[in-house]
Design a protein around this ligand. Structure first.
Ligand SMILES: Nc1ncnc2c1ncn2[C@@H]1O[C@H](COP(=O)(O)OP(=O)(O)O)[C@@H](O)[C@H]1O
Ligand SMILES: [Mg+2]
Length: 278
């Protein structure tokens, strides 16, 4: 008897291992995505995917990222990593193709709706920290909550909790120029996580850090993934990419390899070594 004629409650027994509802759509779904800069002969196809063998036109990039995954995007300088991250983070719009974030077609949103999506769903960490000068760590971390309309008392409570999660409870009154690079990036991680976003996007988050601070920041990111957050991390360093569950390689705007290092369900590969720095 064909399976589809069975009543719903007579479905196959659950497979062994952790339950994974098959209905969970990918948090990121991009199709035939392209991004170019400039015009005519000066056009740079920053993201293009393979060329159509018949017409020579760029076919665009296809990519799905599942909820809870930890993806490292690698590639040499100019390969399109930041372009991809800016589009994933709704900081920039593609030239062509579609991007669905949590099922929402962000191509159809206006600037105000996009900023709402950024604030609600995404936490950003950048290579250069992007902290506000002359502003205390506490105020930096409160900022996204202020944009989200959270009341002052609640803002302070959540910002302090985020700062203690990154090991900086004792530095809440410090300004960026009173903090080391590693501490500044930990403030930036606290700012990224304080809104409890579903996804963390990090563009070369350890690019300006020494090796000890790199390990501290990666341990925090590993911990965020271990507690269910989707992470997309851009790097050109193998040591950093080792932390991810999946590694994509970009060359000239094309994803040329896609390697799974660890299952989506389960801890990130380096989580056994991960601990929140004091
Ligand atoms: N705003 C821009 N205007 C023109 N060209 C750009 C712009 N941003 C990026 N590019 C070009 O797009 C390509 C990919 O850049 P980028 O995504 O920054 O690479 P990566 O982050 O991998 O170093 C490069 O050739 C770069 O010069
Ligand atoms: Mg870049």
């Amino acid at each position: 008897m064909p399976r589809r004629s069975l009543p719903a409650h007579a479905a196959r027994p659950a497979p062994p291992g952790p339950a994974r509802p098959e209905a969970v759509p990918p948090v990121i779904r991009i199709r035939r995505l392209t991004k170019s800069y400039g015009h005519g002969d000066a056009t740079v196809h920053a993201l293009r995917g393979p060329y159509d063998p018949d017409t020579g036109a760029p076919l665009g990039v296809d990519l799905d990222i599942e909820q809870g995954d930890y993806v490292a995007v690698m590639g040499s300088s100019g390969s399109g990593k930041s372009t991809l991250m800016n589009i994933l983070g709704c900081l920039d719009v593609p030239t062509g193709g579609r991007y669905l974030l949590d099922g929402i077609d962000v191509g159809h949103l206006d600037e105000q709706q996009l900023s709402l999506v950024r604030n609600r769903k995404i936490g950003f960490v950048f290579q250069s920290f992007n902290l506000v000068p002359r502003t205390t760590a506490l105020a930096q971390v409160e900022l996204p909550l202020a944009y989200a309309g959270v009341r002052a008392g609640e803002r302070r409570r959540r910002a302090l909790a985020a700062l203690s999660l990154v090991g900086l409870a004792g530095r809440s009154g410090h300004r960026p120029n009173q903090l080391s690079g590693g501490q500044q990036q930990r403030v930036a991680v606290a700012r990224a996580l304080v809104t409890a976003p579903a996804m963390l996007l990090a563009d070369e988050p350890t690019g300006n850090l020494d090796s000890r601070s790199t390990e501290e920041v990666l341990a925090l990111i590993d911990g965020l993934n271990a507690t269910g957050r989707t992470v997309v991390l851009i790097t050109h360093e193998d040591e950093v990419a080792r932390h991810a569950k999946r590694v994509l390689r970009l060359v000239d705007g094309v994803i040329v390899s896609d390697v799974r290092q660890a299952p989506v369900d389960g801890p990130p590969p380096a989580a056994d070594r991960a601990e929140v720095p004091a």
